[in-house]
Design a binder for this molecule. Structure first.
Ligand code: SF4
Length: 164
Protein backbone atom coordinates (compact mmCIF):
# COMPACT_ATOMS: atom_id res chain seq x y z
CA UNK A 1 0.00 0.00 0.00
CA UNK A 2 1.28 3.43 -1.00
CA UNK A 3 1.40 5.51 2.19
CA UNK A 4 0.94 9.29 2.31
CA UNK A 5 2.88 11.64 4.56
CA UNK A 6 0.34 14.19 5.82
CA UNK A 7 0.32 17.42 7.84
CA UNK A 8 -0.41 16.44 11.43
CA UNK A 9 -3.11 19.09 11.79
CA UNK A 10 -4.99 17.72 8.74
CA UNK A 11 -4.86 14.25 10.29
CA UNK A 12 -6.45 15.61 13.46
CA UNK A 13 -3.41 16.17 15.67
CA UNK A 14 -3.69 19.36 17.73
CA UNK A 15 -0.38 20.74 16.49
CA UNK A 16 -1.55 24.09 15.08
CA UNK A 17 0.01 27.24 16.55
CA UNK A 18 -3.06 27.63 18.80
CA UNK A 19 -3.10 23.91 19.73
CA UNK A 20 -6.14 23.17 17.58
CA UNK A 21 -6.34 21.00 14.44
CA UNK A 22 -7.56 21.24 10.84
CA UNK A 23 -8.89 17.68 10.54
CA UNK A 24 -10.19 16.92 7.07
CA UNK A 25 -13.67 15.37 7.23
CA UNK A 26 -13.85 14.50 3.54
CA UNK A 27 -14.87 10.88 2.91
CA UNK A 28 -11.81 10.11 0.78
CA UNK A 29 -9.44 11.42 3.44
CA UNK A 30 -11.23 9.53 6.21
CA UNK A 31 -11.10 6.32 4.16
CA UNK A 32 -7.32 6.67 3.75
CA UNK A 33 -7.04 7.33 7.47
CA UNK A 34 -8.99 4.14 8.31
CA UNK A 35 -6.84 2.14 5.88
CA UNK A 36 -3.74 3.23 7.80
CA UNK A 37 -2.41 4.94 4.70
CA UNK A 38 -1.82 8.34 6.32
CA UNK A 39 1.28 9.09 8.39
CA UNK A 40 1.05 12.44 10.24
CA UNK A 41 3.94 14.80 10.85
CA UNK A 42 4.21 18.48 11.82
CA UNK A 43 7.25 20.25 10.37
CA UNK A 44 7.09 23.09 12.89
CA UNK A 45 7.11 20.72 15.86
CA UNK A 46 9.87 18.70 14.13
CA UNK A 47 11.87 21.94 14.04
CA UNK A 48 11.59 22.25 17.80
CA UNK A 49 8.76 24.77 18.10
CA UNK A 50 6.36 24.29 20.99
CA UNK A 51 2.57 24.05 20.76
CA UNK A 52 0.90 26.47 21.34
CA UNK A 53 3.24 28.94 19.64
CA UNK A 54 3.12 32.28 17.84
CA UNK A 55 1.32 32.30 14.50
CA UNK A 56 4.02 32.81 11.86
CA UNK A 57 4.29 34.03 8.28
CA UNK A 58 7.08 34.34 5.73
CA UNK A 59 8.19 37.92 5.17
CA UNK A 60 9.87 38.88 1.91
CA UNK A 61 8.97 35.92 -0.26
CA UNK A 62 8.02 32.25 -0.15
CA UNK A 63 9.56 28.99 1.07
CA UNK A 64 12.04 28.91 -1.80
CA UNK A 65 13.29 32.35 -0.77
CA UNK A 66 13.63 31.28 2.87
CA UNK A 67 15.74 28.27 1.85
CA UNK A 68 17.86 30.54 -0.37
CA UNK A 69 18.44 32.95 2.53
CA UNK A 70 16.45 35.74 0.84
CA UNK A 71 13.40 35.78 3.17
CA UNK A 72 12.67 34.97 6.80
CA UNK A 73 9.87 33.55 8.93
CA UNK A 74 8.58 35.70 11.76
CA UNK A 75 6.03 35.12 14.50
CA UNK A 76 3.24 37.63 14.94
CA UNK A 77 5.10 39.00 17.97
CA UNK A 78 8.27 39.46 15.94
CA UNK A 79 10.20 36.30 16.85
CA UNK A 80 12.54 35.10 14.09
CA UNK A 81 11.58 31.43 13.59
CA UNK A 82 13.48 30.90 10.35
CA UNK A 83 15.98 28.33 11.62
CA UNK A 84 13.29 26.17 13.24
CA UNK A 85 11.26 26.16 10.01
CA UNK A 86 14.28 25.11 7.94
CA UNK A 87 15.29 22.46 10.47
CA UNK A 88 11.76 21.04 10.55
CA UNK A 89 11.54 20.93 6.77
CA UNK A 90 14.85 19.06 6.56
CA UNK A 91 13.67 16.50 9.11
CA UNK A 92 10.45 15.88 7.17
CA UNK A 93 12.43 15.45 3.94
CA UNK A 94 14.75 12.98 5.65
CA UNK A 95 11.80 10.92 6.88
CA UNK A 96 10.06 11.06 3.50
CA UNK A 97 13.18 9.84 1.68
CA UNK A 98 14.28 7.23 4.21
CA UNK A 99 10.80 5.68 4.46
CA UNK A 100 10.08 5.76 0.74
CA UNK A 101 7.13 8.16 0.65
CA UNK A 102 6.21 9.46 -2.78
CA UNK A 103 3.02 11.42 -2.01
CA UNK A 104 2.73 14.19 0.58
CA UNK A 105 -0.50 15.96 1.53
CA UNK A 106 -0.03 19.32 3.25
CA UNK A 107 -2.12 22.12 4.76
CA UNK A 108 -2.67 24.93 2.28
CA UNK A 109 -1.53 28.50 3.17
CA UNK A 110 0.71 27.48 6.11
CA UNK A 111 4.23 29.02 6.08
CA UNK A 112 5.59 25.46 6.39
CA UNK A 113 3.00 23.36 4.60
CA UNK A 114 1.31 25.69 2.07
CA UNK A 115 1.66 24.24 -1.42
CA UNK A 116 -0.02 26.64 -3.82
CA UNK A 117 -0.60 29.69 -1.60
CA UNK A 118 0.80 31.21 1.58
CA UNK A 119 0.13 34.45 3.47
CA UNK A 120 2.22 37.49 2.61
CA UNK A 121 3.85 38.22 5.95
CA UNK A 122 1.61 41.11 6.96
CA UNK A 123 -0.76 39.04 9.17
CA UNK A 124 -3.71 40.54 7.31
CA UNK A 125 -4.96 37.26 5.75
CA UNK A 126 -3.54 38.40 2.39
CA UNK A 127 -2.67 35.42 0.21
CA UNK A 128 0.12 35.21 -2.35
CA UNK A 129 1.14 32.45 -4.76
CA UNK A 130 3.97 30.27 -3.50
CA UNK A 131 4.83 27.38 -1.20
CA UNK A 132 5.83 27.17 2.43
CA UNK A 133 9.30 26.11 3.50
CA UNK A 134 8.66 22.38 3.97
CA UNK A 135 6.40 22.06 0.95
CA UNK A 136 8.98 23.69 -1.31
CA UNK A 137 11.81 21.54 0.00
CA UNK A 138 9.80 18.36 -0.61
CA UNK A 139 8.66 19.45 -4.09
CA UNK A 140 12.20 20.35 -5.10
CA UNK A 141 13.38 16.90 -3.99
CA UNK A 142 10.97 15.04 -6.24
CA UNK A 143 8.04 14.32 -3.92
CA UNK A 144 4.49 14.68 -5.26
CA UNK A 145 3.07 17.34 -2.94
CA UNK A 146 -0.64 18.24 -2.78
CA UNK A 147 -2.89 20.32 -0.54
CA UNK A 148 -6.08 19.21 1.21
CA UNK A 149 -7.91 21.05 -1.58
CA UNK A 150 -6.53 18.56 -4.13
CA UNK A 151 -7.72 15.20 -2.77
CA UNK A 152 -8.95 14.01 -6.19
CA UNK A 153 -5.47 14.59 -7.60
CA UNK A 154 -4.01 12.56 -4.72
CA UNK A 155 -6.45 9.74 -5.52
CA UNK A 156 -5.37 9.79 -9.18
CA UNK A 157 -1.69 9.67 -8.24
CA UNK A 158 -2.32 6.77 -5.87
CA UNK A 159 -3.93 4.85 -8.72
CA UNK A 160 -0.97 5.53 -11.00
CA UNK A 161 1.62 4.51 -8.40
CA UNK A 162 -0.26 1.40 -7.30
CA UNK A 163 -0.71 0.17 -10.90
CA UNK A 164 3.09 0.10 -11.36
S1 SF4 B 1 3.36 23.06 10.37
FE1 SF4 B 1 1.98 22.04 8.95
S2 SF4 B 1 1.34 20.23 10.15
FE2 SF4 B 1 2.18 21.66 11.63
S3 SF4 B 1 0.40 22.81 12.31
FE3 SF4 B 1 1.32 23.98 10.64
S4 SF4 B 1 0.18 23.33 8.83
FE4 SF4 B 1 -0.20 21.83 10.41
Amino acid sequence: MQKILVSGCLYGDRCKYDASDNEVRDELFQRWKKEGRLVPICPEEEGGLKTPREAAEIKGGCGADVLAGKAKVFGVEGTDCTEAFIEGAKKVLKKAKSEGFKIVLLKERSPSCGTNNIYDGTFTSTKIKGSGVCSYLLQSNGLFVYSEEELEMVAEMLEVLEEK
